[in-house]
Write a protein that binds this ligand. Structure first.
Ligand code: PHE
Length: 434
């Protein structure tokens, strides 16, 4: 079975796919609004410190875990000790839960691409957004459409599906981003947005910012649900893990910064507030697009960019489950994808209705959508990252395999993997669940 496992065509394809997984709604939708809610430049500084140092450790551990075991998540944990099988199962479970709310947002994006044809008729974007997310029929159809798009690529396999999608969508994403940044930076008073991003006001610092930054860093790097473990398991033996990890971190950080540079100058140029939360991309930006000449073209470009990023991440979330289902149950990828389509629809449809007919149905005082976001970002992802570090550090002893040249770096990495990151994940869990 293991010998029949697919592998990446080249190191470049692997990096592109891993960056495609990392760069997604987390960078363009979530990062600007979390930064906007947490005081701008100080948050960015904390975020950069965390993502460039601490997050390297679980990222390397997850890739290495996959690469060395050459198995999907459940098999990878099982191969360390059969008793750890259930720990591995948490990953595909997290994948199903994340996809169930992530794909709802994917559906919103498809709608926003389509409304560009009737863009000029909309005057009140806040009202439009709240009407749209309450429209049961529309949100269900678009969620399923987005799910179908991602499943379509995943079902075609590693080379013909995942690599193909990333090879087309990631360059498209980069080109559209460059165009939008040049546009945003030439708006009047664009410098105010840059000042907001890069001029820290240290009086605003608080503990909550560290947690928000760390949660965002885990989410954006796709750490803690097995996506990188699964992608890592398709690496051929001669590929360097630590170098790849840094490339992934630097690219993801670069794209998050670029998303900020694309969005904040436009917001400040129009005298709007950057702290409007999750609606920033769906309410504030369309309002700006409507004010500028040919705004519908800029808007279409922006939402196509967002869709491209969301699909490449969505594919990586699905791959965790497709690999687990097909390899464990010994069924074809296509069958695994069909099963997954059914399972995810069952959760994603109620999640998509959270703002409309099911808005009064709550779990832990949260709508289904918010509950899925909370349970995955505040509980399952930090828990999986904790388990991953413990198993990789204490049972797999990966430092010995990874850091053969520098003893000091190996030692530093080992301390981080065995003690520092697990302790921080426990804090994140504690605060998240409090
Ligand atoms: N990193 C992706 C993003 O930024 C989301 C994601 C989370 C993808 C977990 C895979 C696994 O949008």
């Amino acid at each position: 079975m293991e010998n029949n496992r697919p592998s990446w065509t080249s190191r470049c394809s692997f990096i592109l796919a891993a960056v495609g997984s990392a760069v997604g709604l987390g960078n363009i939708w979530r990062f600007p609004y979390i930064m906007g809610q947490n005081g701008g430049a100080v948050f960015l500084l904390i975020y950069l410190c965390l993502i460039l140092t601490l997050c390297f450790i679980p990222l390397v551990a997850e890739l290495a875990f996959g690469k060395f075991t050459k198995k999907e998540c459940i098999g990878a944990y099982e191969s360390v000790n059969p008793k750890f099988k259930f720990l591995g199962m948490l990953n595909p479970l997290t994948g199903i839960l994340i996809s169930s709310f992530y794909f709802v947002v994917g559906g919103w994006i498809i709608n926003y691409i389509l409304i560009n044809f009737s863009f000029s008729q909309i005057t009140d974007f806040s009202g439009y957004f709240s009407d749209f997310i309450q429209n049961s029929y529309a949100v269900c159809v678009y969620t399923l459409l987005f799910l179908f798009l991602c499943i379509f690529f995943t079902a075609r396999g590693i080379k013909k599906g995942i690599e193909f999608a990333n090879n087309i969508l990631m360059p498209l994403f980069a080109v559209i981003m460059v165009c939008l940044i040049s546009f945003s930076l030439t708006l009047p008073n664009a410098y105010l947005g840059l000042e907001y991003m890069f001029k820290p006001d240290f009086s605003k610092i608080n503990g909550q910012m560290f947690l928000a930054a760390l949660g965002q860093a885990l989410f954006t790097l796709s750490i803690g649900m097995g996506a990188l473990l699964t992608y890592g398991s398709y690496i051929k033996d001669d590929k360097g893990i630590t170098k790849s990890a840094y490339t992934i971190i630097l690219s993801d950080t670069f794209f998050a910064l670029m998303a900020g540079i694309m969005i904040f100058p436009a917001i400040f140029s129009f005298g709007l507030e950057p702290n409007s939360g999750a609606g920033l991309v769906f309410v504030t930006l369309p309002y700006i697009f409507a004010q500028i000449p040919n705004g519908n073209i800029v808007s279409a470009a922006f939402f196509i960019l967002l869709l491209a990023a969301a699909i490449t991440s969505g594919i990586s979330i699905l791959e965790v489950d497709v690999a687990a289902f097909s390899e464990r149950l010994k069924i074809s990828r296509k069958k695994a994808c069909t099963m997954l389509f059914g399972i995810i629809s069952l959760i994603a449809i109620p999640a998509s209705l959270s703002f409309g007919v099911l808005k009064d149905f709550t779990l832990l005082n949260k709508t289904i959508f918010d509950f899925l976001d909370f349970i995955t970002s505040s509980f399952l992802m930090p828990l999986n990252a904790f388990v991953l570090c413990i198993i990789a550090g204490w049972f797999l002893h990966i430092k010995g395999i990874l850091f053969t040249r520098s003893k000091f770096l190996g030692w530093l990495f080992d301390i981080g993997l065995k003690f520092v990151v697990p302790a921080i994940m426990l804090c994140l869990l504690y605060v998240g669940l409090k």
